[in-house]
Design a protein around this ligand. Structure first.
Ligand code: GDP
Ligand code: MG
Length: 165
């Protein structure tokens, strides 16, 4: 029987959540596409082993979808917060974390400082200092980052999976 582990991706619109799902779940190399705001949610599946799949669920970033977030967070084993790496975007992400801190309190949480390819981006360490959660740099449009992105999520989940097994 296949067990599904739910991982929620949260963050403002345009942060790169849909691109990250594509990076981790599609075989295609065309990751740069015109921006299409996610309507409500986006979803993708990663196969971990014979019996376990990871469901990545994006929480639509635009504020009019925020009413769905507490439902989407429920039952998630891990939350991946995706942010653009500009000071303005990171501060906005910090506000989001603060707003949802009750929902997030018992969850495994990591942050992705995305769009590191853009000149002048904040370093992951500086983003981490502002967000207060373990933060990793990422270029979600770069297919070469696929394995690293996969590892970030799998390693984040591993501790709990062993506990569960
Ligand atoms: N330069 C650059 N652009 C990116 C990166 N990741 C995503 N994008 C672009 O940013 C826009 C928004 O991405 P999307 O995944 O739709 O964001 P979402 O609203 O969080 O789902 C799209 O045009 C992407 O191609 C990245 O690492 N670097
Ligand atoms: Mg999206």
């Amino acid at each position: 029987m296949t067990q599904y582990v739910k991982v929620a991706l949260m963050g403002s619109g345009y942060a790169g959540k849909s691109t990250l799902i594509k990076l981790l779940t599609d075989k295609v190399d065309k990751l740069r596409t015109n921006y299409q705001p996610t309507c409500g949610m986006d979803c993708g599946t990663i196969t971990l082993d014979n019996s376990t799949k990871i469901s990545l669920v994006e929480m639509g970033g635009q504020s009019h979808f925020e009413f769905m977030w507490s439902d989407l967070l429920r039952g998630s084993k891990m939350v991946v917060v995706v942010t653009e790496s500009t000071p303005k975007a990171v501060l906005r992400t910090r506000q989001l974390l603060y707003k949802y801190k009750e929902h997030l309190s018992n969850m495994q949480i990591i942050a992705i400082a995305n769009k590191q390819d853009i000149p002048g981006s904040m370093k992951p360490q500086s983003v981490q200092d502002l967000l207060g959660v373990p933060t990793f740099g990422m270029v979600a449009v770069d297919p070469k980052q696929r394995v690293r992105g996969y590892r970030l999520i799998v390693d984040g989940l591993k501790g709990m999976m062993q506990v569960a097994a």
